[in-house]
Ligand binder design. Structure first.
Ligand code: NAD
Length: 485
């Protein structure tokens, strides 16, 4: 590992990865990989997660192709320096921001979207001109092995390495010196990453999870209710059977609307996954036995069991859990205190929907908040009174698809962001470069000091043109200042 890291560092020093032609070629090669290996990608996702190939295209392959194309289209603009204004005091000067790669970066990713979570940051790291190590998750072994085997066949092996392994390998990697660590995973391991980064003052981006609430107002028309419910159901049970960081974790609803919502959801689940979801190939399986038992355990609490109003059946041999709806499980039960990360949806009833703001604010800041409402006043309050990585009205998950929105959390749900230009920025350092001419100077910049020079600093810093003129003509007098020694 040490020698691999050393070689990557040396390769970065050669300057090859800084060249626009190198970045472009790698992105184009990544596109070729995604197109040529499409079938194998689906096979790996089916093997690890039982993911349907259409879901796999929607959430991983398709988004990666889109993101790579977007990076290719915008690379030139992103790489170009941006001019900046300097204070008037710096006469005859110019300045610019020059993006430069950070150097050698470490990307650690998760199993729920094994290609998306690995390659989406990789696109940004390549576009920014870095060398990198990618460590995929050991919990999606077919996808991890595929990445380790195929990435070197398409991408520059001297600059981009895939190192497979679990926590022990992750820990060894964290002991190396990096110029950036990009981590996707749990807050628990996020803390391990951050403490390892302290040693070399390495900047980190932490893409974490948590509980994403959906506030569901009593929508006005039956059309809005039907549309909203379908979007809630697909955003909870659709992406990897709820094993997604931005999946809806729980719903907040007014008491009188809860039973209507449950009935609408039942209909929507049946539409999407059939009368017997166990036979549906449109819903992913739980990643492994450990997570299956974790979810089973969440439902085994008698008070939680009593709150099940739909679903609840499980098949351990096939790692299947039926889409399950709970109404008002105890708020101190694990299902309401831990991230669920599976196809279990608690609905919490409130007297007034406005109480949802206090409910959300009394818990860690979410990665995303969703609010389904026709109420403009509630919308405005949600915007001004809650904090989260993203806030989406009347839909969910769509923020992941946007190249133009920063994707990332805040507080317990993470720090830093990526996607589109934000990915490029995450893996770049903007160097401030300023130039001056030797021709002329404002001599009041230099000692010895007097109060007239102080006046000149004041008018120049405030860009007070009249003040500058009057001061230079001697028509504006310096302030009297008393300095206590
Ligand atoms: P995890 O934290 O257990 O593991 C993530 C990665 O860290 C894996 O590659 C794993 O091998 C590695 N790892 C584990 N222990 C380590 C250690 N001690 N040192 C170094 N590396 C170590 O998370 P997970 O179970 O893979 O993923 C689930 C979590 O990820 C959920 O909380 C979910 O919300 C979050 N997530 C967030 C996003 C996002 O974009 N914000 C996306 C997907 C998942």
């Amino acid at each position: 590992m040490e020698s691999a890291v050393e070689n990557l560092r040396e390769y970065f020093s050669s300057g090859i990865t800084k060249q626009a032609s190198w970045r472009k070629a790698q992105l184009q090669n990544l596109l070729t990989l995604l197109h040529e290996r499409e079938g194998e990608i689906y096979t790996c996702l089916k093997k690890d997660l039982g993911k349907h190939h259409v879901e796999a295209f929607r959430d991983e392959l398709g988004t990666l192709i889109k993101s790579t194309n977007y990076a290719l289209q915008n690379l030139k603009g992103w790489m170009s320096s941006k001019t900046a204004k300097l204070p008037k005091l710096a006469v005859l000067a110019s300045a610019e921001l020059i993006p430069e790669p950070l150097g050698l970066v470490l990307i650690i990713s998760t199993w729920n979207f094994p290609f998306g979570m690995s390659l989406e940051p990789l696109i940004g790291a390549i576009a920014a001109g870095n060398t990198m190590v990618l460590k995929p998750s050991e919990l999606s072994p077919a996808c991890s092995l595929f990445l380790a085997k195929v990435v070197p066949m398409y991408l520059d092996n001297k600059a981009i390495k895939v190192i497979e392994g679990g926590p022990e390998v992750g820990e060894k990697l964290l002991q190396q010196k990096w110029d950036k660590i990009f981590f996707t995973g749990s807050a628990r391991v996020g803390r391990i990453v951050m403490s390892a980064a302290v040693k070399h003052l390495t900047p980190v981006t932490l893409e974490l999870g948590g509980k994403c609430p959906a506030v569901v107002d009593s929508l006005k028309s039956s059309w809005d209710r039907w549309m909203g419910t379908n979007r809630i159901v697909v955003s909870k049970f659709g992406p990897c059977a709820g094993q997604a960081c931005i999946a809806i974790d729980y719903v907040l609803v007014e008491e009188h609307f809860a039973s209507t919502l449950v009935e609408l959801m039942k209909g929507s689940i049946k539409e999407m996954f059939g009368e017997n979801p166990r036979e549906s190939n449109s819903i992913s399986r739980i990643i492994n036995k450990h997570h299956f038992l974790r979810l089973k355990n969440l439902l085994s609490d008698p008070a939680v069991k009593d709150s099940i109003v739909f679903g609840g059946s499980m098949d351990e041999d096939n790692l299947f859990i039926e889409p399950t709806i709970l109404v008002d499980p105890p708020l101190d039960a694990a299902v309401m205190t831990e991230e669920i990360f599976g196809p279990v949806l608690p609905i919490i009833t409130l007297k007034k929907i406005e109480e949802s703001i206090g409910f959300i604010n009394s818990r860690p800041k979410p990665l995303s908040i969703y609010a389904f409402t026709n109420n403009e006043a509630l919308r405005r309050r949600m915007i001004s009174e809650t904090t989260s990585g993203s806030l989406i009205f009347n839909d969910a998950i769509i923020q992941y698809l946007a190249d133009t929105l920063p994707f990332g959390g805040i507080g317990e749900s993470g720090m830093g962001s990526y996607h589109g230009k934000f990915s490029f920025d995450t893996f770049s350092h903007y160097k401030a470069v300023a130039r001056r001419s030797f021709l002329t100077e404002f001599w009041f910049r230099f000692p010895p000091w007097n109060n007239y020079k102080l006046l000149l600093f004041e008018v120049f810093y405030n860009i007070d043109y009249l003040g500058i003129l009057l001061a230079l003509l001697g028509l504006k007098k310096p302030r009297k200042i008393s300095v206590v020694a």
